[in-house]
Design a protein around this ligand. Sequence first.
Ligand SMILES: Nc1ncnc2c1ncn2[C@@H]1O[C@H](COP(=O)(O)OP(=O)(O)OP(=O)(O)O)[C@@H](O)[C@H]1O
Ligand SMILES: [Mg+2]
Ligand SMILES: [Zn+2]
Length: 564
Amino acid sequence: MYQVIARKYRPQTFEDLIGQEPVRTTLENAIRTGRLAHGYIFAGQRGTGKTTVARILARCLNCIKGPTAQPCGECASCLEITAGNSPDVIEIDAASNRGINEMRELRENVRYRPARDRYKVFIIDEAHQITNEAFNALLKTLEEPPEWAVFVLCTTEVHKIPNTIASRCQQFSFRSVQFDELIERLEYIAKQEGVDADQDVLAVIANAGEGSVRDSLSALDQAIACCGKTLRVDEVRVLLGVFAIDSLQAIADAVREQNGEKMLEVVQELDRTGQSLQHFCRELARYWRNLLVAKIAGKPTRLIAASDREQQAMVGIAGDFSEEDLTRYLQLTLDLFKTLQSSLQPRLHLELGLIKLVQVGKLQSIEEAISRLGADTPLRASAPAPRTGIAKLAPSGGRTSSAAPEPRTPAIPAARTVIAPERKPDRSNGPSVKQNTGDFKTDLHAALTELGMKMSADAVQHADVRTDGAEVVFTTAKTFLLGLKDAAVARSASALLGRPVKVRVEIDANRTAPSGAAPGSERKETQMPVDDNVTERALSHPGVKRFQELFPGAHVRAVRNLNE
Ligand SMILES: Nc1ncnc2c1ncn2[C@@H]1O[C@H](COP(=O)(O)OP(=O)(O)OP(=O)(O)O)[C@@H](O)[C@H]1O
Ligand SMILES: [Mg+2]
Ligand SMILES: [Zn+2]
């Protein structure tokens, strides 16, 4: 009869066990030194070896050559424990025998000496399922156990074991097994079974278990049943419902390229092929997590459950993002997963969530942006709007958002809202060309008015304007200096002229500001008696310049001489 791989390859000795080193060493030492406890709790994730180790312990104790940490595997006791019919090793499934009667029976049983062997070992599986009454009955036994009794309580939910019980037992935690150890085990088993499987296939199979060795072995069973003696990675992926790393990579590409359309295509494809959108979302979260780890480690690491080849690819992709970016994507994807779990319209929510990833784009810290200013990276006035055409807000907290399509030379971000041109004129990109009259001064005035830059618009109106090579020269009264020095003037002028120009202001001492040049509160500022020298110095201060470059929407409203 066919025996499933998980059972066929259940470790019979500590040597066969993978992972769980602390458990193994402690138990081996206890056996060697004869310091055995009467009660053990084996706690931890399912399929990681709790029942297996309980049986190994039973063999160690009852092997004819024992007690020994290396049971012979040949004596009646060893063989019977393996077969599950040893008279002195009693396995109780608490899931179905959880009541007081079973525990009373067990108490009775404990009182009798072992039928043949040294110890009576009681392995209680799913121990957290025992009822309170039954636990009380068990407690009595644990308080005064006969010398031959050993209890092993196995559970995935150790917090459900009452303290009274737990405090009388030695507790061991079973951890999920390291990926590479699991791969090695799978490789070994595949070889024993005469099955051809490369590292990528094994990685897929190992991952399918989500930390449970048993589940990974079941996946291997399934793969062999379906694909025969040669396992092909694409076939196994489909079989196990694992998404090709390519489709996850497509998401990362779309985020990097700020390509909302590509996102929607991925969803379309998932829907078309009938894949679970929730499952995809979960895989995506795992993918961001792996990229984040790859980013932090900078090289393949044990912390990522993927083949070396896949890890190399991840390190490459992670290089295009910052740790903060990846952290945010992970958070957003986890939020999305939560939403999807209760969503009646998962496709809509998935689309929305993925578009959000595009919109948040990539962040640049102020520090990064400033340091880039230091280097002679070409500056761009503002980030291009995302293709989705939806407003992109720079989050608060001293960080600004940039939606540069080319990751290696990110644009200097706009601190204010960047709005796609088709919806509203973009503040930072100057006026739309359609409205131009052809007269530069009039157009510039109109553009600044439209941007809400009243002070600058007024200043333009009260100046003579001419172009001089790469400069626009304003001749005006000193009152208007501030308004003209606003970065928005140079930007709007550049946009109108279709080439980058700088602003130069020539002060005409004969001019004075006409009264009523600027209405209301603006007037006070506009007509504020500014010392040209102080203003010039303030505006040419590198700190102020950096700010103006970093926050193109910002403008200097007034300069005060602190010495006065
Ligand atoms: N640490 C391990 N080393 C090698 N094989 C393991 C290990 N853990 C589990 N296995 C494999 O998985 C199968 C199931 O393991 P086991 O029954 O010990 O898990 P468990 O922790 O008791 O799980 P559950 O909580 O579901 O009862 C074993 O037969 C064995 O093939
Ligand atoms: Mg078990
Ligand atoms: Zn033996």
